[in-house]
Write a protein that binds this ligand. Structure first.
Ligand SMILES: [Fe+2]
Length: 241
């Protein structure tokens, strides 16, 4: 099976459509979505509609839960809070029901998916260091755990003797090792590269490939400003931070 693994769309329709086109050309069998379809951007309804059509295996992000009142708004910074209040008004009741029914963790035979960490998925911690990676590896029953949330693509590897971090363009899965793979972000990358980021996981070839896709960033920025959302949410897209 070939999986497109993606997350953190954040209502950025231009970035999402560019990634969907790239995925479509890559002969994808199934989609894995690691959370945060909404928040920050100006097209939450359209992004939710595209996502639902894909019938992905899906988990909730903090913004998805925040917009339906399942994560306290105090968790978020000022700009994120403003965008969630705006999003709450923008989406339909059916969208609210869809978001409120998302689970925190989903598992398959060879992989699992979660937005933040396996140790406290409901707290939406960031997978930023070896200690947090070790706690997730302790609970991980499969060879790969896909995570999002930090908006920075990268991989923690457990080679049974130590845990180390790398930022590869392509990963060959080695038998006996385990991996925590952050797929980056489609709608608001924070690794200094403005292009939308996602992964293609091939479980027959045992490979994970990181892809970057250019999109119409000016249109996405224009819509954020026209919606009256905080200017920084438009500006930061250009620098990928
Ligand atoms: Fe996010």
């Amino acid at each position: 099976m070939r999986y497109a693994v993606f997350s953190d769309v954040h209502s950025n329709l231009e970035a999402f459509e560019a990634v969907l086109e790239a995925a479509h050309k890559s002969h994808i069998d199934q989609y894995l979505f690691l959370g945060d379809i909404v928040g920050y951007g100006a097209n939450p309804c359209e992004c939710i509609a595209h996502l639902r059509k894909l019938c992905p295996l899906i988990v909730a992000g903090n913004h998805d839960w925040g917009v339906v009142g399942m994560t306290d708004l105090d968790y978020f910074n000022e700009e994120a809070r403003a965008s969630l209040v705006w999003t709450k008004e923008a989406i339909a009741e059916a969208d609210r029901i869809f978001l409120s029914q998302l689970k925190l963790v989903q598992e398959s035979v060879r992989f699992c998916i979660v937005h933040g960490t396996l140790s406290h998925p409901e707290e939406f911690d960031y997978m930023t260091d070896g200690q947090r990676a070790a706690k997730t590896f302790y609970l991980l029953e499969q060879e790969v755990c896909f995570v999002g949330h930090s908006h920075r693509p990268g991989v923690f590897v457990d080679d049974t003797e130590k845990i180390y971090y790398q930022v590869p363009k392509r990963l060959d899965i080695v038998k006996g090792r385990r991996y925590i793979v952050n797929d980056g972000s489609i709608g608001q990358p924070r690794d200094g590269d403005w292009r939308a980021c996602f992964c293609i996981y091939d479980d027959n070839a045992s490979t994970i490939e990181f892809r970057r896709v250019e999109y119409n960033i000016h249109e996405a920025q224009k819509k954020i400003l026209e919606a009256g959302l905080p200017r920084i949410l438009a500006d930061r897209l250009s620098i990928g931070r």
